[in-house]
Design a protein around this ligand. Structure first.
Ligand SMILES: Cc1cc2nc3c(=O)[nH]c(=O)nc-3n(C[C@H](O)[C@H](O)[C@H](O)COP(=O)(O)OP(=O)(O)OC[C@H]3O[C@@H](n4cnc5c(N)ncnc54)[C@H](O)[C@@H]3O)c2cc1C
Length: 442
């Protein structure tokens, strides 16, 4: 069998591996018996920023996907979904029936398996927690090829180790998820711009209780007001007589493969941010918006990661505990002073953590920053910030990491030994491996 070159969304590394695409669960179980020393890892849609679904010189498995049609949706909104189904495929089918996923990521092009393996959160973690909260149960193929059913009450330690476990406990085959009722496929969005971070942050805190969703976009490139930004809060629309439910996720524009690498220079970022501000100030602040456009604004441009050229993009996403919110100001200041070209900077509120040892969210705030990977000064600046985050009890989002020092993992995820011990019990021969697990010694 020839190797296939695989990459991820961040495009910072590629890897050659044996790509396996089993037709059925039986086929997958058989394949596991012939896995070599480098082990294997499941792959969803490859939307990780880092090396999570890569396995150089080993095997990479795409879970079987017999049909993209949702076969099982009960009258009370409980859906059983194949792990290879994307959010776009699922939402296109359930939104017209008046149902929605309680937790939705910033792109609709990730799979249900990838979402559970990362324990994703959305713009409403403070209301709806992460996806784990809504997964009633899942079926998982273990290293020996056996399939188990697990939930919060059945094989619960395996369930919680798999949540946020980035594929290192087995292949999720399907999940049963409780959906939420919606009365319309639009949201009422309140969009306001703020000239400095203090004002934006205070307003965000004071409005959080009134909004179903809340997210802020920050401008760290502004010379005079780093941290100025645009705050968006949104609420599901109530029943609108005669309104049609729809969920449009198709991109409107595609970027070509060969984009010039230096497109995202500090000067272009500054101009783009200023334009965004100008437009936000001109628009009406209260506006009805399609749910899909509000949830996944970047999906309108297919392959927008190509803007970063061949060297790719790093996303640094941190969680900062509520009591240490002042650190957000330090981060903004440090990135600004380092003159690091931060393109996309997003702030969200997080609610309480769950029971999964590797789940990322914790009560407080999360800040995600996209950088072109080629600038070495960024790496030095982020290494120093990682240390500051550890000192206040915060953590990096492992599902997006491409560069973390492995020594910091036990400090960021203090239950890592418990996670490793359960993993060792169910996979004594280390069958599940990835470039990510080797890099971070997991
Ligand atoms: C534009 C963009 C926006 C994003 N927004 C958010 C956001 O708002 N919130 C958030 O939390 N995350 C967000 N993410 C991160 C994204 O949700 C995760 O990286 C997710 O894991 C990607 O899913 P995927 O299907 O592409 O999986 P892949 O990237 O292919 O794999 C991701 C991990 O999941 C594992 N995995 C995949 N399928 C299975 C399976 N069937 N069984 C077991 N393990 C499996 C892989 O082994 C790997 O470790 C965003 C990413 C992008 C690119």
């Amino acid at each position: 069998m020839d190797k296939t070159e695989l990459a991820t969304w961040g495009n910072t590394s590629t890897s050659e591996s044996y790509l396996r695409e089993p037709d059925s669960i039986l086929d997958l179980s058989g394949m596991l018996k012939s896995i070599g020393d480098k082990g294997c890892i499941a792959r969803g849609f490859g939307r990780s920023y880092g090396d999570q679904p890569l396995n150089s010189d080993g095997d990479v498995i795409r879970p079987p996907s017999a049909s993209k049609k949702l076969e099982n949706l009960s009258s009370n909104g409980i859906a059983t979904v194949k792990s290879s189904m994307t959010f776009a495929e699922l939402l296109n089918q359930v939104v017209p029936l008046g149902w929605y996923m309680p937790v939705v990521p910033g792109t609709s092009y990730i799979t249900i398996g990838g979402a559970i393996a990362a324990d994703i959160h959305g713009k409403n973690h403070y209301r709806k927690s992460s996806i784990a909260d809504h997964v009633e149960s899942m079926t998982l193929m273990l290293a020996d090829g056996d399939t188990i059913h697990c939930s919060k009450t059945e094989e619960s330690s395996i369930f919680w180790t798999t949540i946020g476990g980035l594929g290192l406990t087995g292949v999720i085959l399907e999940a049963t998820i409780q959906l939420i009722r919606i009365q319309s496929s639009s949201v009422l969005v309140d969009r306001k711009s703020f000239k400095n971070f203090t004002e934006l942050f205070e307003t965000m805190k004071s409005q959080i209780d009134k909004a179903d969703y809340s997210v802020a976009w920050l401008d760290l490139a502004s010379k005079s007001n780093p941290g100025r930004g645009i705050l968006e809060t949104a609420n599901h629309q109530e029943l609108d007589e005669g309104s049609q439910f729809s969920y449009e996720t198709k991109p409107l524009l595609a970027l070509p493969r060969c984009m010039p690498g230096g497109l995202l220079r500090p000067s272009t970022i500054k101009k783009y941010n200023s334009l965004r501000f100008l437009l936000a100030d001109k628009e009406k602040s209260l506006k009805e918006n399609e749910l899909s456009a509000f949830m996944h604004p970047l999906d309108k441009v297919r392959n927008w990661n190509r803007l970063y050229g061949k060297t790719g993009v790093i996303q640094w996403q941190v969680a900062v505990p509520e009591v240490s919110e002042h650190v957000l100001f330090d981060i903004i200041d440090s990135i600004h002073k380092a003159e690091a070209p931060a393109f996309l900077v997003v702030l969200k509120k997080l609610g309480p953590a769950n029971q999964a040892p590797l789940s990322f969210p914790m009560e407080g705030w999360t800040l995600a920053v996209d950088f072109p990977a080629k600038h070495q000064e960024i790496h030095d600046c982020l290494d120093a910030l990682d240390q500051e985050i550890v000192n206040v009890g915060g953590r990096i989002y492992l599902a997006k990491d491409a560069r973390l020092n492995p020594d910091l993992i036990p400090k960021m995820y203090p239950r890592i030994d418990e996670w490793k011990s359960i993993r060792q019990n169910i996979d004594p021969n280390n069958r599940w491996q990835s470039d990510f697990s080797r890099r971070l010694d997991l």
